[in-house]
Design a protein around this ligand. Structure first.
Ligand code: MRU
Length: 360
């Protein structure tokens, strides 16, 4: 998507370097930086310079490539995989990407590994762009159906499942961008998404850059807006979806799904297939939930007249807990919008679209 007229992806290669948009600086500054080593890729993922499940996967693939440039030995191949695997625990795209790269590199002689890893990382990024575009193609009719009925369409989204979270288009935002580009009047309620404010900082920024009408709301406002009939559809992303359709996503997603169910608002989850964890059936029992630093809750970054600043927003001395994700049970999900079409949030629904996974 475009930033001030120039097309960007959140990760790309330029002049022999891997470059990223540093998302910790948005929306107050637009800065890009290079990833020159595996250690820098690990740090970019764990400190959330890059974030969002598909982008974490692509960055981890580049991390493997950077590591092979440093040391292509068998021992380092295994060690790089382990270090990148530990960089963030919840988004399954990370494991999918580094497993894929490692499996391709193992049979190769060490001297061939770096080039092969870079080629595969590039492919993973390009494939993600196409998967996300197709999510938009399949999700667009959901928006069109509402538009035909009542004109303006109000979509609520949580966190940032936009192009900044993927390699382009986004997942939850792909149908929205495609509807907007087609001239449909679509407006987005953007949950601010405490504690890291991915909605207020990132989703609002990227929708604004593309010219999509939107309004930032506090996380607690969604239920009220649904009760008043101001939300036609909920579109969210996911960091890991089980083979039975349970959806792990940014903390607070579950509460939105409950409110949507109570108010008869369709709740769709948009995901590329590498986000499906075919090895897990029960999301609540089995998906590891990342617990992040309490300071992300007790402090908040913002822009003051003097420039960017971090301010305390909780009583001094009070402890804070910071689970970063929650699991929405499949029964609350109206459908899973994938690159192959919309599946019911059930094992049969997913296998209907991905029959090759039946044996897994
Ligand atoms: O902690 P983050 O910012 O990496 O979490 C991202 C989310 O929860 C997104 O909603 C999800 O990854 C979908 S990304 C297309």
């Amino acid at each position: 998507m475009k930033v001030d007229g120039r097309h960007y992806r959140p990760i790309w290669e330029e002049g022999g370097e891997v470059r990223i948009i540093d998302q910790t600086k948005l929306p107050f500054a637009f800065e890009t930086c290079a990833l020159r080593s595996e250690a820098e890729a690990v740090r970019a993922i764990s400190e959330m310079l890059v974030r969002g499940a598909p982008l974490i996967g692509a960055t981890a693939a580049y991390g493997m490539a950077l590591s092979m440039r440093e040391d292509p030995s068998d021992a380092n191949l295994a060690a790089a995989h382990a270090r990148l695997f530990a960089s963030r625990p919840t988004a399954v795209n990370l494991r999918w990407a580094i497993d894929d790269v490692a499996a391709r590199l193992r049979p190769l002689p060490p001297a061939a590994r770096a080039d092969a890893a870079f080629a595969r990382a590039r492919e993973i990024a390009d494939e993600d762009v196409e998967l996300c575009r197709m999510i938009g193609v399949h999700g667009l009719p959901l928006i069109e159906a509402v538009a035909t009925r009542k004109g303006r369409v109000n979509v609520l989204t949580h966190c940032n499942a936009g192009w900044l979270a993927t390699c382009d288009w986004g997942t939850a935002t792909s149908p929205i961008y495609q509807a907007h580009d087609k001239g449909i009047e679509v407006h987005v309620w953007v949950d601010e998404t405490r504690p890291r404010n991915q909605g207020a900082f990132l989703t609002a920024w990227e929708l604004g850059k593309h010219g999509v009408p939107h309004t930032v709301i506090v996380d607690n406002a969604g239920g009220h807006l649904m009760q008043r009939g101001h939300v036609d559809l909920c579109f969210v992303g996911t960091d890991r979806t089980t083979r039975t359709g349970d959806v792990c996503n940014k903390i607070g997603t579950y509460l939105k799904a409950l409110a949507a169910k109570d108010n008869g608002v369709p709740f769709y989850v948009c995901l590329p297939s590498p986000t499906i964890d075919w090895t897990v059936r029960d999301g609540v029992a089995s998906i590891p939930i990342e617990e992040r630093r309490p300071e992300e809750v007790t402090e908040i970054p913002g822009l003051t007249a003097q420039g960017p600043a971090q301010v305390r927003v909780a009583a001094p001395g009070s402890p804070a807990a910071n689970p970063a994700f929650d699991v929405t049970p499949a029964r609350l999900v109206s459908g899973l919008v994938t690159e192959r079409g919309i599946a019911a949030a059930t094992e049969a629904g997913l296998l209907g679209l991905f029959p090759e996974r039946a044996a897994a």
